[in-house]
Design a protein around this ligand. Structure first.
Ligand SMILES: Nc1ncnc2c1ncn2[C@@H]1O[C@H](COP(=O)(O)OP(=O)(O)OP(=O)(O)O)[C@@H](O)[C@H]1O
Ligand SMILES: [Mg+2]
Length: 335
């Protein structure tokens, strides 16, 4: 069942709120396997004993949802296309209303997955279980994908996260081709075979982390220069921008004109969940406003650094971004 949303109305009101009159390119985000994230904080987990929660949280989760949430914090409108299922899906849908601007759902049979996290306060150890999402029937998948790709033709289409079992590892590659054929720009944050196929389709931007890039290439990359050299090779194969995230070291971005390395500010780390999604959203918000690539990279790194300071799945606090941005180091690499 599709929930109608007046996307144009929302877009128009957002643009009216932009006094410079510079319309950002619209962003569409696909979430085929979102989750309800349930977090319990306990003192400690003991075998065969009941642990009493000290705090509980319910958050909407999944990479696409995180990117959408981060974009909203950056005051950048995103249109989110999500699969939901069952009672958990209904709860997720209601929660999404608080976290996202425009949401279009395709409701399938089964139940939306619940991802569970237990945080042990004493040890500061975190246990995570990722749930299994519902299968998406072909016809319903096609309905959602058609809406998503059509909207992406006007700007950016974001393809992020792993695909549930049963979906082809070529799916993101096919979507990249469709988005670009219609004049849009595809952004891919995926790994393994899904990323490998997507690269061949020549997306606008990919964002592997260092490990994902090493897996893609089948080789270890010892230095930042090695990472940059390989990013450049990938870029020459037809990817407009290759961003490789480097955790605490920041991220580098190789594009048609140059390569930049942005070093992350030294910040206290609480939970790194969502840091990659925040980096993607930060860059994308800047690209959507036609900012230069190095500015996009710095904004992304600041967003990532903001997110690692937050507990659980919580994302960056946008009020902290100017300070974080001022502490991001930027240098051009001769690659
Ligand atoms: N320890 C840290 N200190 C400061 N910033 C960090 C730290 N770890 C990550 N970041 C920020 O978050 C960004 C993304 O981090 P990372 O390279 O770990 O992405 P990822 O592996 O894709 O993350 P995810 O687990 O969300 O998929 C980095 O580029 C950096 O800006
Ligand atoms: Mg990642």
């Amino acid at each position: 069942m599709l929930k109608p949303v007046n996307f144009y109305q929302q877009l128009a009101s957002k643009m009216n709120a932009n006094p410079q009159g510079k319309d950002p390119a619209p962003i569409s985000v696909l979430s085929l396997n979102p989750s309800l994230d349930m977090t319990y904080e306990v003192s400690s987990l003991l075998e065969d004993q009941k642990a009493h929660a000290l705090a509980t949280r319910y958050d909407p989760g999944g990479n696409g949802i995180n990117v959408g949430r981060a974009l909203k914090r950056l005051d950048t409108l995103a249109h989110n296309y999500c699969v939901i299922a069952g009672e958990i899906g209904q709860l997720l849908h209601r929660l999404l209303g608080h976290h996202l601007d425009a949401v279009q759902v395709e409701e399938v049979a089964g139940e939306t997955r619940i991802n569970g996290t237990v945080l042990e306060r004493e040890s500061r150890v975190q246990y995570e279980v990722s749930g299994i999402g519902p299968p998406v029937p072909d016809s319903q998948l096609q309905t959602l994908l058609d809406l998503f790709t059509e909207r992406s033709h006007f700007g950016f289409g974001v393809l992020t996260g792993s695909l549930q079992k049963g979906l082809s590892s070529h799916l993101y590659a096919e979507l990249v081709e469709k988005i670009h054929a219609g004049g849009g720009r595809a952004v891919v944050d995926a790994h393994d075979e899904v990323l490998r196929h997507a690269v061949e389709a020549g997306p606008f931007l990919i964002k592997p982390n260092r490990h994902e890039l090493e897996t893609l290439l089948g080789q270890e990359l010892a230095s930042i220069e090695d990472v940059a050299t390989q990013a450049r090779k990938l870029q020459r194969r037809g990817v407009t921008y290759v961003c490789v995230s480097l955790g605490a070291e920041g991220a580098l971005l190789t594009g048609p004109d140059n390569t930049h390395l942005a070093t992350a500010p030294d910040v206290p780390v609480d939970s790194t969940v969502g840091s990659g999604d925040s980096l993607v959203a930060g860059m994308l918000a800047a690209f959507a406003h036609n900012s230069p690539a190095e500015k996009a990279l710095c904004q992304g790194v600041a967003c990532g650094a903001g997110t690692v300071q937050q507990a659980g799945t919580e994302l960056f606090d946008s009020a902290q971004l100017p300070d974080l941005l001022a502490r991001v180091g930027l240098r051009q690499l001769d690659i």
